[in-house]
Design a protein around this ligand. Sequence first.
Ligand code: GLU
Length: 545
Amino acid sequence: MFGTIESFCTRFKFNADMKLSCTGCERLLRLLKLREVSYRPSSTMVKPREVRVRFAPSPTGQIHLGGLRTALYNYVFAKSQGGKFLLRIEDTDQSRLVIGALQNIENVLQWAGLTPDEGPSQGGAFGPYIQSERLSIYKEHADYLLKKEAAYHCFCSQQRLNLLRKEAMRKKETPKYDNRCRHLTPQQVQDKLEQGHKFVIRFKLEDSSVTFTDLVYGLLQQQPALVEGDPVIIKADGFPVYHFANVVDDHCMQISHVLRGLEWLTSVGKHIQLYKAFDWTIPQFAHLPLLMNKDGTKLSKRQNDISVDYLQKAGHVPKIILNLITFCGSGFEDNRKIRTLSQMIQEFELDRVSQHSAVLDMDMLNYISQQEIRTKCENPEGMSKLANEVHWLVKDKYPDSVSENPHIVEDHYLQNIIKVRKFHINRLSELVSDSYRYLWVSPNVRLQDLQSFSQHPEKVLDFLYQKLQGIDDDCWNEDQLKTELKSLKKLKNDDFPPFPQIMKIMRLSLTGLKEGPAIVEILEMLMKSEVLKRIEKMLDTSISR
Ligand code: GLU
């Protein structure tokens, strides 16, 4: 193995922020585990303190499935404990802000049903919930640490810091600040401040190691001073760094449990030293395992197909997305069960969150959606929910057609379509896509368009009209329609083309398409009155010519 944490960090380019690449994270964990005691805390040991958790995203882009997973697990954990779920926006790195990202975060949470109890829009007793609106709070706390001599002003130039870094690289050592300004006298500091020198505020890291218990990864030990110099807590622009604002806010907002991605596990030692410097209660930590793509790469904000916005626009409903997350993750006795959000709350167990990376299998999306549709079709209540969803999709996509033909959004019409197509669709939104447009909008086909199939299409249509009209409403079902169509194979009439051509005439007249579902299914879905109406309309085009 790598021997010490220090040599590990040099080898895996552990940056001064202690934020690791994902492979780095996993390797560091293995290293830390050398010191792990074989003990895993049970959630029954959670202190009897009101459970308050937070989802603390940085508004640096569209929220993706990784972010949604953190939000979901925080939410279900809070609700399973009768606690509160907060949204806090961590926007202290102003250079990475993306316009609209905050709105996107709030919209996604709302859409997914993970509405915060406290947050920028909800308000709450511990606001503001946007870090850039809390600068005076961080300043106050930094001043406290300065006064206590647990923090100090650092005037080192960027140039000097770059030199230190280069020198460390040359010596193959971990680049870290050498804490030079720790040793400035109060007078020297005063003089520099008076002369208007630019400064940052750094926190004095203790040399000792920190032992803590992560509710997922067990007992761990870290010695932050081995891997970094005294960290900056307030930057030259007056903004706090993530680590400082995060600790101050978690304390001020009375956060009891910190549930977040594994990439932050290596920062806990530093955070704990900050809590200790303030003499604050330390929250419980639970780091969620890495979420990986199927090919083993880390999820990235640039991967559009995993942005919640993209999946939303592709027609996936919240339940499917939330289940995709739990299917690929852990935290439940059975990770392959489709649940509602309230079932997730009832069945979630922090103890069951595993330490292994979770593989995000996007192929599961179709599987979960199909299962969901099929299961709902099995009972009247589920069926009516599906019909209701399609109702809104149709109204949204084809409003004019709904005003002209209100029957297309009636329950029996919609339920019938869902019943016929349930084995062919992955999600309900497919039913309003262009290939199913004919279900909602009567096609514009003229008799002359049928002439390539028959010289007398009107005679064929007229015959079909009579035949279909003769079927009783009650017998308008798959079996009966199949029998009727089969009988056309035996038809002997010189004016009529062969059977396959008759089918093509029927398909084009009813759907305006040359390909699509079987004719029987089309007849079943459109139902008798609409089928006859469309044939009549076709025949009318010959009269108007
Ligand atoms: N702002 C951090 C992020 O977006 C949150 C880390 C935390 O939850 O402490 O990853």
